[in-house]
Design a protein around this ligand. Structure first.
Ligand SMILES: [Cu+2]
Length: 321
């Protein structure tokens, strides 16, 4: 009962529940789950029913006689209901899941989609590159609504797994290869995703959003993401000299570090640190000076900046629209 309760709770309005599907692929996965759940409960009911039946019969039998005939029936029940029936049932479920669900959750061919996003898992954040454009972003992946998008997943370090439960199954990011999956959203909205393969200390803080936009909003978003940064000011020099530029890229400047997220349009994101903090001035300041406290073990060292330098840097970061 607890399992059912938890499943129902998880299905209620959660932004990251596989039981609140928003695409054809995840709808198939959810209905397969409910079928399996229903059949399992029916199986359990059958077994419990037979146990009760046998227990009652056994009590009655003590007073009557003739055990041999019962033994033969009992043997048939054990073989039929205990061996043949489960094999047939599990085989049927396997075929159903293979034919219907695995097929519909498969990635579409490159020729069938107009948009390919290459997503790279890093310890502990996600990089997204839009093929055919210079747009690069992190942890907040926009897609056009009701459009099949091909996502190719790879890793910069260890094995990660890309999972947006409301949109599709998981897909592993394996060293040395690219796996593909389809992202498709039935409705405009924001869908939370999460790394689904333990990948080290901050695995739990390796979350992301997939934002499904109306097509025209998406086109505008992509065009602005592809542009280089135009911000300037005294903070730019701080950024270039305080070693930020060794790790971060800001397109349109000399900063091209490949270690951390691309910051060209930092202000277009609602969070920093893979959904660890909201993207506000105060949180940016905390992140820069104390990220090892906020997200212990992450690959960005605490930067010893304060006063006027820090303020100038924050002004600059806030101008990266
Ligand atoms: Cu991970």
């Amino acid at each position: 009962m607890l399992a059912v309760f938890a499943a129902v709770l998880a299905g209620c309005g959660d932004q990251q529940s596989a039981l609140a599907p928003k695409s054809h692929a995840s709808t198939d996965i959810a209905s397969l789950f409910w079928w399996m759940m229903g059949i399992s409960w029916a199986g359990l009911a059958l077994v419990v029913g037979m146990m009760v039946f046998a227990w009652r019969r056994a009590r009655r039998r003590r007073t009557t006689a003739g055990p041999h005939e019962h033994e033969r029936v009992g043997f048939a029940v054990v073989i039929g209901a205990g061996v043949i029936f489960p094999i047939v049932l599990v085989a049927a479920l396997f075929v159903i899941s293979d034919i219907f669900v695995i097929q519909t959750t498969q990635a579409p061919a490159k020729s069938k989609t107009r948009l390919t996003i290459v997503v790279t898992g890093h310890q502990w954040w996600w990089e997204a590159r839009y093929q055919g454009t210079s747009a690069v972003t992190a942890n907040e992946i926009h897609i056009p609504v009701r459009t099949p998008v091909r996502v190719e997943v790879q890793t910069a370090d260890v094995i990660h797994s890309f999972w947006v439960p409301r949109l599709n199954r998981t897909i592993d990011a394996m060293p040395g290869r690219r796996n593909a999956i389809e992202l498709y959203a039935d409705a405009v909205g924001r869908y939370r995703g999460q790394c689904d393969e333990f990948c080290g200390l901050q695995h739990a803080h390796m979350a992301f959003y997939v934002v499904a936009d109306p097509p025209n909003v998406f086109r505008r978003w992509l065009a602005s993401q592809a542009k280089p940064a135009t911000a300037s000011g005294p903070g730019k020099a701080v950024f270039m000299s305080a070693s930020c530029a060794n790790c971060h890229a800001i397109r349109g400047t000399s900063a091209s570090g490949p270690v951390g997220p691309d910051l060209t349009h930092l202000q277009s994101r609602t969070t920093i640190g893979a959904l660890t903090l909201p993207n506000t001035r105060a949180d940016l300041s905390e992140w820069i000076t104390d990220s090892q406290h906020v997200k212990p073990g992450n690959q960005m060292p605490d930067m010893r900046l304060h006063g006027a330098l820090l303020n100038a840097l924050l002004d600059y970061l806030e101008a990266l629209k």
